[in-house]
Ligand binder design. Structure first.
Ligand code: DGL
Length: 295
């Protein structure tokens, strides 16, 4: 076992382009109830998925450095498939001591459990075009077919669903319409020969559209997301590095920051994690090259 270079009582940093990573944070808090977490939603710069690698790398580096320098985090969870695909290598190079866990679409568990050997994958354009994703696909069994769909606009619509003043019915209708467009473009879902019987959510935002997706593909198609697996992997990494803590017997404190609208984060935290608004705060990240243009 290696000697820890960080304090086990320090918090774990978690970030996403926005509120999607709250689906990972939810799983992390279940798996590691005594750990402290600092969550950073980069909603002021979301979505990442259609902005190109250079933008995502700059943002991810700025966020990771901020969490390390201002919150002394002992580990970093990149709760974003798009940021993992574009930036995990630059992040590891910039902060080589910091234990890191990324998120990748769960292709392997899907391939192992699919009975029709046909798996659907929903992800951002950035993830689907990444070399990491291409390599991940290439490692899957040859007899499994993957139908991959980039879902432009869906993460953005989910971000907007917690923002005022868009009426709830209008934002729900927008999410449903996008889900229907992308599911219809993928082909037949079901358990019959050749149909897609397993759907991988390759973007942490899409977990918050799971009910709409399940309604479209039917109850017999299995949806796989990665929150619980990422949480278990985080526990393993902390244990190996002797950074895990069970010492805190009180509910571990949590702070959520956003570079976007505070009200939107408060609404999302309350709706999906049952957390009070007082846990949320707005933040600006200096030097984060917010003006870097999309590709
Ligand atoms: N939640 C992110 C992911 O898992 C990205 C959404 C976006 O900003 O496009 O890929």
């Amino acid at each position: 076992m290696s000697t820890p270079t960080f304090s086990s009582s320090a918090p774990i940093g978690v970030f996403d382009s926005g509120i999607g990573g709250l689906s990972v944070l939810r799983a992390l808090r279940r798996e590691l109830p005594h750990e402290r977490f600092i969550y950073l939603a980069d909603s002021g710069h979301a979505p990442y998925g259609e902005k190109g690698d250079a933008f995502v790398i700059v943002r991810s580096l700025a966020i990771a450095r901020h969490l390390r320098e201002h919150h002394a985090i002992k580990a970093l969870v990149i709760a974003c498939n798009t940021a993992t695909a574009a930036a995990i290598e630059p992040l590891r190079a910039a902060l080589p001591e910091l234990p890191m866990v990324g998120v990748e679409p769960a292709l392997k568990p899907a391939a192992l459990t699919s009975q029709t050997h046909h798996v659907g994958v929903l992800a951002t354009r950035g993830t689907t075009l990444s070399s990491r994703f291409t390599q991940l696909m290439a490692r899957q069994p040859a007899h499994t077919r993957f139908s991959v769909q980039a879902c432009d606009g869906l993460a953005h619509a989910i971000e907007q669903s917690t923002e005022e003043p868009l009426p709830a019915a209008q934002s729900t209708a927008k999410i449903e319409a996008l889900c229907a467009r992308y599911i219809n473009a993928m082909g037949l879902f079901g358990t019959e020969n050749g149909a897609i019987d397993t759907l991988v959510l390759g973007c942490t935002h899409y977990v918050f559209a799971q009910a709409q997706l399940q309604a479209l593909i039917g109850p017999r198609v299995r949806i796989i997301e990665t929150g619980a697996a990422v949480a278990r992997q985080t526990r393993r990494i902390l244990e190996v590095q002797a950074l895990h803590t069970d010492a805190n017997t009180l509910a571990a404190p949590l702070t959520l920051y956003t570079t976007g609208a505070l009200g939107a984060l408060e609404a999302a935290a309350e709706r999906w994690l049952d957390l009070p608004a007082r846990d949320c705060a707005a933040i600006a990240l200096p030097g984060a090259a917010a003006s870097l243009q999309c590709k």
